[in-house]
Design a binder for this molecule. Structure first.
Ligand SMILES: Nc1c(NC[C@H](O)[C@H](O)[C@H](O)CO)[nH]c(=O)[nH]c1=O
Ligand SMILES: CC(=O)[C@@H](O)COP(=O)(O)O
Length: 137
């Protein structure tokens, strides 16, 4: 049984709850264990994963970034993805479930486990990468 750390940027409670439900269900369905830590925003997610890297087998990054009026969206969406990708290239097994969307309606469809279930998808990605890590790492 693998130990998966879910790192969630809790910026929009109702959307986070949906993402978390999908992620937890997918990990449990695969027979693995999970814990969750919460960080303030998507920019903190890569740092939190880096800090926990030696303590878990795999990671799921969750969050919601909704475009506002300024360039801040590009920074938060791009830099969180860049940080997660850098950790992936270092060999960590990570699924990225941070939504980067234009509006809340887009986020809702993607977070809902009964619709696009991006939280569950990210969990499955993390488990797939963990399998590759165990095979080739
Ligand atoms: N605007 C959103 C943020 N912004 C906050 C940053 O992620 C970060 O916490 C802050 O700059 C302090 O370092 N975060 C989200 O997750 N979603 C957003 O829409
Ligand atoms: C991620 C964002 O763009 C957003 O939350 C910030 O909004 P704004 O650009 O209106 O300050």
């Amino acid at each position: 049984m693998a130990r998966i750390l879910i790192v969630e940027a809790r910026f929009y409670d109702h959307l986070n709850d949906l993402l978390l439900a999908g992620t937890r269900a997918a990990i449990e369905a695969a027979g693995h264990g999970h814990e969750t830590v919460t960080v303030p925003g998507a920019l903190e997610v890569p740092g939190a994963i880096a800090l926990a890297a030696d303590h878990y087998d795999g990671f799921v990054a969750l969050g919601v970034v909704i475009r506002g009026e300024t360039y801040h969206f590009e920074i938060v969406a791009g830099e969180s993805a860049r940080g997660i990708m850098a950790l992936t290239m270092d060999g960590l097994a990570i699924g990225n479930g941070i939504l980067t969307v234009e509006n809340e309606a887009q986020a809702l469809v993607r977070a809902d486990p009964a619709q696009k279930d991006k939280g569950g998808e990210a969990a499955k990605a993390a488990l797939a990468m963990l399998e590759l890590q165990q095979r080739f790492g």
